[in-house]
Design a protein around this ligand. Structure first.
Ligand SMILES: [Zn+2]
Ligand SMILES: [Zn+2]
Length: 278
């Protein structure tokens, strides 16, 4: 094992991808904006296929270091969000305020979201939708969490220093008003990323609702939603089943999760989301 390389700054592109708000309206375009980037040669690609062909060669002997990993997870976030958008036809519709199941119309995003959760209960299309999209959402959650963990290795990065300072001042202010301080091994950085992950889980729940609303509309207009998840080139298809095209050495991302992502494990900020099967 070689000596650890000193951690340089978090690449701005990676942080922006991680920090981008989760939104059904924009999730399909992030890939065009940020592009998929090879961690070895920095070349950028707009499509998964070109990217997959490139990294097949270029990343063959790449060291699986932090630099490699943050690129991999950022690329995954872009790819899986793009696939969500493709799958539910997010960019080709203008009105999303009608429930595709009961045809009722709603005032705004919040009311239709609330409605769809109830209306979709025990609905067969919802079950099918969840089965098909589960790998996308669970990979997004996993990559988001991994990025948070990887960022913590960049101890001297501006973002990290800033987070630490902000949280310290909050902690000091609290300590002033309360005689009982935080306990001794409290780690403000990891707490920050655990909180971010928790917020992300809620955002993904909203994204699932929004995606389902659009998926129903798309099905209506096309009779059958195209199965874009499995439309990768043959060679990739074998490993693309909920797995990134970026790596085959990574741990397997079992699809066996996220039916109920409201209950993630954030206790340590590490490890996979636990779920209870229905
Ligand atoms: Zn390359
Ligand atoms: Zn309805």
């Amino acid at each position: 094992m070689q000596a650890m390389q000193p951690m340089k700054d978090i690449p701005p592109r990676i942080f922006e991808i991680w920090d981008a708000p989760v939104d059904i309206e924009t999730c399909g375009n992030l890939i065009t904006h940020h592009k998929l980037q090879c961690s070895t040669c920095d070349e950028k690609f707009e499509t998964e296929v070109q990217f997959a062909i490139h990294i097949d060669k270029c990343l063959q002997n790449a060291e699986r270091d932090t630099h490699y990993q943050i690129h991999m997870h950022a690329n995954r976030l872009l790819m899986f969000q793009h696939r969500v958008a493709l799958f539910c036809g997010a960019s080709h519709q203008d009105r999303f305020l009608q429930c595709g199941l009961c045809k009722e119309n709603f005032e705004n995003k919040e009311t239709i979201r609330k409605h769809i959760r109830i209306c979709a209960r025990d609905n067969a299309s919802y079950g099918a939708f969840i089965r098909k999209t589960r790998p996308l959402f669970s990979n997004m959650l996993s990559s988001y969490e991994q990025l948070g963990l990887l960022f913590q290795r960049y101890v001297m990065d501006d973002h990290i220093v800033d987070i630490r300072n902000r949280r310290r001042s909050v902690r000091l202010a609290k300590a002033d008003s309360s005689p009982v301080g935080r306990h001794l091994f409290f780690d403000e950085i990891s707490e920050h990323f655990i909180e971010q992950y928790r917020d992300y889980v809620f955002a993904i729940c909203g994204l699932i609702d929004d995606a389902f609303i659009r998926y129903l509309k798309k099905k209506e207009s096309e009779s059958e939603a195209a199965d874009v998840i499995y439309s990768l080139p043959k060679k990739r298809k074998r490993r693309a089943d909920g797995e990134s095209v970026d790596s085959d050495s990574e741990e397997d991302e079992d699809d066996d999760s996220e039916e109920e992502i409201e209950q993630p494990s954030t206790s340590s900020g590490r490890g996979r989301k636990r779920t209870t099967r229905r």
